[in-house]
Design a protein around this ligand. Structure first.
Ligand code: RRO
Length: 309
């Protein structure tokens, strides 16, 4: 049995990676991911300058998932580029970047284009938590403008992290834009933006920033992630790969995302709850399910979801 997968020039020996923003702000955390059974590591979305992020409490676990309004705390692009350059472990590293404006995204990508780094880079078009900044992913003209500007100079492997969509017309519109560019992959979904978790005992929101509004992840969002992976797989050029993210806490969850068309799978809320040991469990659960079903590799079932008829 092999559970390896490829995205761009990178081979993931195991198909599970941390979702951007979980266990990845510091070198210590990223090393913990790389020293686990994870297939690779994604960095916390980096901005040009370090940021401290929103005020705390800004992350809360709930029975069915999580809510966060971190506000892009990160050590700055140079820190992550430096980490990658000195990393000793031979696993893929996906450098996530997230400007607070398209201009910042372009400046970051120009720096990466000039650098020695030739790995995967993920442009986050879907941060829901920077006060006063809308999610670019919900503004189709802004996505189109960003893609045009980026691909006028960027020649390295690039992915985009998308927000969840909820209407089939949205998939049509976004796919039409993305299919015009040599994009290596999309990552779907980011958290479901601006949910609200309430504590009935204290009669207050559970996180502090933005009056309690924050991105929802975990079990709540799995059907939304499955739908987004499926809908994009049905619309994107076959050479644009898909990282499936959202609601994965078991090998079976990952199996379902791959069945919908995911190439690899990322884990956020469940990793935050369980720690990097989760990757060994997910590997063995997925492998056992494949043995049970008689599958030898991920491509035996990837994208092969059947209609119920
Ligand atoms: O840092 C955050 O608040 C954050 C980001 Br950049 C993101 O893309 N998704 C999310 O749920 N939180």
């Amino acid at each position: 049995i092999s559970i390896s997968a490829r995205i761009g020039n990178e081979t993931f020996e195991h198909p599970f990676v941390n979702a951007a923003g979980v266990f990845d702000e510091t070198k210590q955390e990223m090393n913990q991911i790389l020293n686990s059974e994870a297939g690779g590591v994604t960095t916390k979305s980096a901005t040009l300058k370090p940021r401290t992020g929103n005020s705390k409490p800004r992350y809360a676990n709930t029975e069915l998932g999580s809510i966060n309004s971190m506000g892009l705390p990160n050590q700055g692009l140079t820190y992550y580029l430096d980490y990658i350059e000195h990393n000793q472990i031979d696993k893929p590293i996906d450098l996530s970047i997230s400007g607070t404006s398209i201009g910042d995204d372009i400046a970051a990508l120009k720096a990466i284009q000039k650098s020695n780094f030739n790995g995967l880079c993920e442009l986050n078009l879907s941060c829901p938590n920077v006060v006063g900044k809308p999610q670019i992913g919900y503004d189709f003209a802004a996505i189109a403008a960003a893609m045009k500007a980026v691909f006028s100079f960027y020649t390295k492997p690039l992915g985009v992290k998308l927000p969840p969509y909820f209407d089939l017309q949205q998939y049509d519109a976004v796919s039409k834009i993305l299919n015009q560019y040599p994009l290596t992959y999309i990552n779907t979904i980011n958290s479901v933006g601006n949910g609200l978790v309430v504590d009935a005992d204290t009669e207050s929101a559970v996180i502090k920033p933005k009056g309690g509004f924050g991105g929802i992840g975990g079990t709540y969002v799995k059907p939304i992630a499955l739908a987004n992976v499926r809908a994009f797989r049905q619309r994107l050029n076959p050479d644009i790969k898909i990282i499936g993210t959202g609601g994965v806490s078991t090998g079976k969850d990952a199996f379902e995302l791959i069945l919908c068309g995911a190439d690899i799978v990322e884990v956020g809320t469940a990793l935050q709850k369980e720690g990097p040991e989760i990757f060994a469990r997910l590997d063995s659960e997925l492998t056992n399910l494949m043995i049970h079903k008689g599958y030898h590799q991920l491509s035996d079932f990837r994208g092969k979801l059947r209609d119920n008829q």
